[in-house]
Design a binder for this molecule. Structure first.
Ligand code: NAD
Ligand code: IPM
Ligand code: MN
Length: 351
């Protein structure tokens, strides 16, 4: 198993180090090679996705990524900014399917800002399309109009085949779960998502056992807070998925708990927490590494077909929580507040 390890910026290196520690503790035959991405790539190669990093990622079976971004790069030209490196690697590797499971560990029911009875038992799989939509649509840019006023443009675009392939991922996952798919769109206003809805309906004919429902994104944002347990699989486009998955993370106690897998058509994948580089926490050993550790578990499950070891990691996380270990973001009265590295150690000890 060849893994490209891309720590990135901010808390990236600290959280990735914990996931690497956990993978090493499993004694698997894996080789891990590190390379810079994001601001770190810009610093060494003047490019947020250096050629050597992209090549390493292409040659690997899977990629483990921390996070990219720092305020200090926000004034660079857009193509040099850290976020562009992340978007490019997703596009170059054709990682169109982003799985973001929002699962509440029972030990964290009181860490959520929502009432325990609203979130207990929560288990939602958010399937976010990752290589299309307004993130990549042309035309885009900022230009000056004839009257001298500036205009910013982005384009929301989806073609049928892009919608169908992400829909298939969602339906296939639903078949292994509770057989419910909620497709989230804004079909009442946006044509791109009107087509989205039509294609989902067409596709559902191939999955007679799956119950397909549709929800407008504004209502979905509200329902996630009102009654999140109504959802099993949610499937949506790139921008709506970005926003709804951050929202859903708070149902699990903290954004530091939400892992992700970004897969291509052959289950090659990039695995990263759903959160960002948290520059406010960087270097302080306080970031929650569990989203990254759980992303490593997803790597074993989806790319390496190693369900047993994926579950070993997930059980070890559960045990560390049951033993009372908490990073500050999930800390509640009566539990044991630890740092990022100590949380990693607690998971390794639980393994
Ligand atoms: P963020 O996710 O980095 O942080 C949002 C909030 O959540 C902050 O208060 C942060 O302290 C907290 N947080 C995030 N991860 C945490 C963790 N593991 N443990 C505890 N608390 C955690 O989002 P932001 O502040 O909007 O963006 C910061 C930078 O990260 C920006 O440059 C942004 O572009 C980038 N970003 C990168 C990714 C990625 O690499 N996938 C994702 C989102 C944002
Ligand atoms: C995420 C992030 C990225 C996105 C940014 C950093 C490009 O927010 O992975 O959710 O918007 O996809
Ligand atoms: Mn995001």
């Amino acid at each position: 198993m060849k893994i490209a390890v891309l720590p990135g910026d901010g808390i990236g290196p600290e959280i990735v180090a914990q996931a690497v520690k956990v993978l090493n503790a499993l004694n698997l035959e894996i080789s891990m090679t590190e390379a810079p991405i994001g601001g770190a790539g810009y610093e060494v190669a003047g490019d947020p996705l250096p050629d050597a990093t992209l090549q390493l990622a292409k040659d690997a079976d899977a990629v483990l990524l921390g996070a990219v971004g720092d305020w200090k790069y926000d004034k660079l030209e857009r193509h040099l900014r850290p976020e562009r490196g992340l978007l490019r690697i997703r596009k170059e590797l054709n990682l169109f399917a982003n799985l973001r499971p929002a699962l509440l560990y029972p030990e964290l029911a009181s860490a959520s800002t929502l009432k325990p009875e609203v979130v207990s038992g929560l288990d939602i799989m958010i399937v976010r399309e990752l290589t299309g939509d307004i993130y990549f649509g042309q035309p885009r840019g900022i230009s000056t109009l004839e009257n001298g006023e500036r205009e910013g443009v982005n384009t929301m675009r989806y073609n049928e085949s892009e919608i169908r392939r992400i829909g298939r991922v969602a339906f296939d996952i639903a078949m292994k779960r509770n057989k419910k798919v909620c497709s989230v769109d804004k079909a009442n206003v946006l044509e791109a998502t009107e087509l989205w809805r039509q294609v989902m309906i067409e596709l559902s004919a191939e999955y007679p056992e799956v119950e397909l429902s549709h929800m407008y994104v504004d209502n979905a944002a509200m329902q996630l807070i009102r009654a999140p347990k109504q959802f099993d699989v949610m499937v949506t486009g790139n921008i709506f998925g970005d926003i709804l998955s951050d929202e859903a993370s708070m149902l699990t106690g903290s954004i530091g708990m939400l892992p992700s897998a970004s897969l291509d058509a052959n289950n090659k994948g990039m695995y990263e927490p759903s959160h960002g580089s948290a520059p406010d926490l960087a270097g302080k050993n306080v970031a929650n590494p569990l989203a990254t550790i759980l992303s490593a578990a997803m790597m074993l499950r989806y790319t390496f077909n190693d369900e047993a070891n994926a579950q070993r990691i997930e059980s070890a996380v559960k045990k560390a929580l049951a033993l009372g270990f908490r990073t500050p973001d999930i800390w509640t009265e009566g539990t044991n507040k630890v740092g990022c590295a100590e949380m990693g150690d607690a998971v390794v000890a639980s393994l």
